[in-house]
Write a protein that binds this ligand. Sequence first.
Ligand code: ZN
Length: 575
Amino acid sequence: MHYRNFDTAVYIPALVASLMTEEKLGSDYAFIEKYIGLDKVYLETFRDGLEVNKEQILMIKRFLEDKGVKVSGGITTVTPDFDGAVPGKRRLFNTFCYTDPAMKDKAKQISGYAAGLFDEVILDDFYFTNCTCESCIKQKGDRDWVSFRRDLMRDVSENLIVGPAKAVNPGVRMIVKYPNWRESYHFTGYLPDEQQKIFDATYIGTETRSPEYTDQHLPEYLSYSLVRYIENAWPGRNGGGWFDTYQCWSADRYLEQAYLTAFAKARELMFFQWDDLIGNYFAGGAGIQLKKIDGMLEGTGEPAGIPSYIPYASSGENHLEMRLGMLGIPVDPTPVFPSDGKLILLTESSVSDPEIINRLESFVKAGGDAVITTGFMNKLGDSINKIGLTEAQVTGRKLGVTRYQITDDRAGYIDDVKPVVFPEIVHGNNASWSLINGGDGDYHTPILLQSNYGKGRIFILSIPDNPSDMYVIPDPVTDRLKRIISPDCFASGKGFSMFTYGDGSMILYRYVKDDIRPAHVRLYTADNARALVDAVTGEVFEAVPCFFPEKWDRKRYMMADVVLVPGVFRKVKWE
Ligand SMILES: [Zn+2]
């Protein structure tokens, strides 16, 4: 074991395994062990029609086990057409057609084969179906694709994957790895709610690569928040987070994936894949940085954050919670409605819970604060007005905002800023209260609107049409939001994330992105702290008291400044 707070694992795909020689294995192992430290290997037996023969698998397995490395199996369920299967189906990525008898047999066979060689087997994240062949259309019948694939993949999981594996090796631990596209799982038959009853454990993709230029535009914060989501979905059963080198055009971009996966306390960090690491300078950086992170995580307890309710099989305002994470707001997404919480974030995705309106009403009436987005409002329609939670409405019109007003601040005007298009909200004056206005000319619309209900409050947060514009909203505006969404402790500014833990410590990380200069970040706590202390260097930043000009719920904060250098994480704590 090389680190105390996580293990390091490397994946060997079938092609790499099939070409491996003992000599290459020896030199590769020495490289990986030296630079990253190797606790575990997932050794793939099947991918894209290639099955690695038993002797080859056992040669690699023996070599690694002799070095003290744990070895588990891996399967990637993709295959080209083969004899017996109906040819010519348009299967994206060569994923299986699970209504084709020959492919069903193949799935059974590869699962049994891996289970015969290993006591633990992971499925790489091609274990989904997008097949729309004639046979799949016929079996779908009157159901929609989501419902059909849900039924299909439940059956496949039980009877073609886990069942056959356990028949060969009753003690085998079967792991289903989920991809980094949570918002689309249900479209392709990924069912974390159902599959947790079938599989022993899960795993999660934390690859974010280069958000601007890759097909998925994933905020960097995903590498943290998706681990938290899946941990909240399968408590105690998430094996780890998995990232790769692809489309990471700098070591920083690559390593940020590893940092955030570790900050989320993934039990294993999976480096995909073996050959990509060999001779790669990214590997050297990983070892150096992970040792520091391992030290920082010591004694921090569980990650904590603002619960963002994202039900299973939901989509809408995708990745929005991650964008808030990119603004330095610590977010903890969960598929379980946190009914006992103090504050909750609800986005358009939350509306796929058919009970959401009643849950929201009870939560707020009992004294909770709910931050709900304009996407949430839109999707709900007027039921939120009918139930009486607010009279405010999202009109469907848009406004190009060039000016902001922080309404509680007598001098809270910010003019002539880069235009951002927001949805228009109309509300009853003095029935609810706008905390932030955004406008142009002599017109404006609320950006953050407060409605009171029972013992609690509802805050409607306006989300720009292009969610990336959240990064260009001026700092005093996002700070006002932070005093609502994270009222006890927050950090001013943007370009960094803040990760908070059960012991009160905070890890701050400024991304190597756009603006690659060091920056001041001002931290605020509502506790009566004396100073902010860097837990690694011991530096002490004296705290001074301050007030914000809030009309209601005005409180005294203690504040202190730290400098964040891009690419350098630091751990701080109030004392
Ligand atoms: Zn099909």
